[in-house]
Design a protein around this ligand. Structure first.
Ligand code: SAH
Ligand code: SF4
Length: 361
């Protein structure tokens, strides 16, 4: 006798109501979702895991998101900004290790000094790696002009999490002002698409006030705007942020982790050929969290290449893992973990989203 979860998993396409049921799957039922997602992953994107070397370029941020440890209002944080040479060195390390892809992430700044620095960096990395290093940016909301300039200088992918698609909840998580406007963030995703970037977005899971219905709507949003890449992770509280006040409303961390696993698996089933990241925040909750994510549908992971002396400065949330490991240790550790989980590593390959390639044809 097929059970309700099996029946839903065999449908062509999920409705909002289906997703609400699936997201509430219990410990036994969720294994059915994971098994289906793993099979789809293997069929559509293969067993390869792509490494993206992550450079946390700067923790200087002009914004004040209520959840984030490096928000402008947190005066306890010592701010840093990597030199161009430090980034180029990390890029060359990644190139030598055949990662073929880099993520440059930072707090949001749109002043000219910063945007020009990024342009110059992109040109240098492009030049010094013979154009072989693909670059993903995760630098927050920017003007169309800036995003075009970066695209022309060699960036091809952009990650901008919508964070939460319910606008009322979005307002609760951000100051209610012009620099934290939901529509501006959404429009930025459309601009990225128009320019030609591979576009990634995502949400945090287990936020205070967030409901299962919100998460179902988030998944539908990803499908509707037809993303190429996704990065989703559990929300993890940070003492020096305004949301700390609501920590008693949170699900236990393990449940936030399980919900994230379900979100990843369901998204893999819904959007078969996109790239999905196994995010660092998963490992903050479970020591093998990233590997678990890879088993249920994720196919990208990001070894940290930020020089170790800066890592303590980039604590978006509590218990962030790998803050004291050199790039080599990070790589070896991840490599061993991925092999254990039965996947192969796509060294020397760009690992473009298959979905993106399909759309361009
Ligand atoms: N400033 C850029 C990129 C850096 S922040 C931006 O905001 O887009 C990268 C991501 O960290 C954010 O998109 C957010 O989803 C995540 N993040 C911030 N605080 C977090 C927390 N407390 N728990 C989990 N993830 C968090
Ligand atoms: Fe800044 Fe990004 Fe943190 Fe918001 S989430 S405060 S934009 S670094």
């Amino acid at each position: 006798m097929p059970n309700i979860i099996d029946e839903l998993l065999n449908k062509e396409s999920f409705t909002r109501e289906d997703l609400i049921i699936l997201l509430q799957a219990d410990a036994v039922q969720r294994q059915q979702i994971y098994t289906k997602a793993a099979a789809i992953k293997e069929e559509y994107v293969g067993k390869k895991v792509y490494f993206r070397g992550l450079i946390e370029f700067s923790n200087i941020c002009a914004k004040n998101c209520y959840y984030c440890g490096i928000r402008r209002g947190n005066k306890k944080v010592e701010r840093y900004y990597l030199t161009e040479q430090e980034v180029v060195d990390a890029a060359l390390y990644a190139w030598k290790e055949q990662y073929a892809s880099l993520v440059i992430q930072a707090g949001e700044r749109s002043d000219h000094t910063h945007t020009r620095n990024i342009t110059s960096l992109l040109r240098r990395i492009h030049h010094e790696t013979n154009g072989e290093m693909h670059i993903t940016l995760s630098l927050g909301e920017q003007s169309e002009e800036t995003l075009r300039e970066w695209f022309d200088a060699g960036a091809h992918r952009y990650l901008l999490r919508i964070e939460e698609t319910d606008q009322a909840l979005y307002r609760k998580l951000h100051p209610n002002d012009k620099t934290h406007d939901f529509t501006t963030r959404l429009n930025c995703l459309y601009t990225l698409r128009k320019i030609g970037y591979q576009v990634g977005t995502g949400v945090m899971i287990g936020l205070p006030f967030q409901t299962i219905e919100n998460l179902a709507d988030d998944l539908i949003f990803f499908r509707d705007i037809d993303i190429d890449m996704a990065g989703m992770g559990p929300y993890i509280e940070h003492e020096d942020t305004p949301l700390w006040e609501y920590r008693d409303l949170l699900l236990p961390r393990e449940e936030r982790f399980n919900l994230t696993m379900k979100m990843i698996a369901l998204l893999r089933i819904m959007m078969k050929d996109i790239n999905i990241a196994a995010t660092t925040a998963m490992q903050a909750i479970d020591p093998v969290g990233r590997e678990k994510a890879l088993k249920v549908g994720a196919n990208v992971t990001m070894p940290n290449l930020t020089p170790v002396k800066y890592r303590e400065g980039y604590l978006l949330y509590e218990d962030k893992p790998c803050v004291d490991e050199e790039a080599d240790e990070c790589k070896n550790c991840l490599e061993a973990r991925i092999k254990l989980s039965g996947d192969d590593i796509g060294y020397g390959e760009w690992g473009d989203s298959v979905h993106f390639r399909g759309r361009r044809k």
